[in-house]
Design a protein around this ligand. Structure first.
Ligand code: E4P
Length: 224
C-alpha cells in the first residue's frame, strides 16, 4: 500500500518528503494551475530536483495537456526529452478511445504511463489492456454523480487480481481522510492524497490525550 503526494507545490512536496512516507507524486494540469504562473518545464524540473535532493527515484506523473492524440504523443516525447533523466517519470494520459492508441504508442516508446480520469471498472480494464502501468480512479468524482466509489475500486482490484493484470490502481480525487482508508480497504495499490490531508492522517484526539497524559504523569513522578 503506497501513499503518493497529489500536488505540484514544492513546499508541500518537501514537507512530505521530510517525513519519508511519499512513494510517488502525481500532478495534473489543474494542480499545476494552482501554482504561481511559471514555465511548465522549469516547474517540473524543480520538482525533480527536489526529489533528487531527497534521494528519491519515486514515480512522478506528468500529464499531457492536449485533447488531440498526436499532440499528446508529441508532448509525451518532449517530456521524455526534458525529464527522461529522472527514472520515476511517467506520463499521465486520460482514458478515452483515441487515448488508448496514445498509451500503446508511449509504451512502444519505452515510457511508463499513468492512465488517468478513470471512473469505472471497464475504463480501468481498457487502460490496463492498452498497457498502462498505473490506472487512476477518481474516488470523489465517481461519488459526485452518485456511484459507489468503494465498489468501483473493489471490483477493479478483484478483476485485476483474478485476471493477473499487473497495472497498479491509483485512487485519487480524495475529498476526505475517510476516502484514504476506504480506498486502501477497497484494494487500491496507491492512494494519491492532497497534502492538506496529511496532518489529519496522523492526528487523533485520543492520541493527544494519551501523549499529554504520559508526559504529565512522568513530570509528576519526577517532581514529587
Ligand atoms: C490524481 O492525480 C488526480 O489527478 C487528482 O487526484 C484529481 O483530483 P480532483 O478530482 O479533485 O481534481
Amino acid at each position: 500500500m503506497k501513499i503518493f503526494v497529489d500536488s505540484a507545490n514544492l513546499d508541500e512536496i518537501e514537507d512530505a518528503l521530510k517525513r519519508g512516507f511519499p512513494a510517488g507524486v502525481t500532478t495534473n494540469p489543474s494542480i499545476m494551475s494552482k501554482e504561481k504562473r511559471t514555465d511548465f518545464g522549469l516547474h517540473i524540473r524543480q520538482i525533480i530536483e527536489l526529489l533528487q535532493r531527497y534521494e528519491c527515484a519515486i514515480p512522478l506523473s506528468v500529464e499531457v495537456f492536449s485533447l488531440e492524440p498526436r499532440e499528446m504523443v508529441r508532448q509525451a516525447l518532449e517530456f521524455r526529452e526534458q525529464f527522461g533523466d529522472y527514472p520515476g517519470l511517467n506520463i499521465k494520459v486520460p482514458i478515452g478511445w483515441n487515448e488508448l492508441a496514445v498509451i500503446r504508442e508511449l509504451k512502444k516508446q519505452g515510457m511508463r504511463v499513468n492512465c488517468t480520469c478513470c471512473m469505472s471498472l471497464n475504463q480501468a480494464v481498457m487502460a490496463a489492456g492498452a498497457g498502462a502501468d498505473f490506472v487512476s480512479l477518481f474516488y470523489g468524482r465517481i461519488r459526485d454523480i452518485g456511484y459507489d466509489a468503494f465498489s468501483v475500486v473493489q471490483r477493479t482490484h478483484q478483476v485485476f487480481r483474478e485476471g493477473g493484470i499487473s497495472s497498479e490502481i491509483i485512487v485519487g480525487s480524495i475529498r476526505h481522510i475517510h476516502d484514504v482508508n476506504d480506498a486502501l480497504l477497497a484494494g487500491a495499490n496507491i492512494v494519491t492524497v492532497p497534502p492538506k490531508f496529511f496532518p489529519q492522517l496522523v492526528s487523533h484526539p485520543k492520541t493527544d490525550e494519551a501523549v499529554n497524559q504520559f508526559i504529565d504523569d512522568f513530570r509528576n513522578w519526577q517532581e514529587h
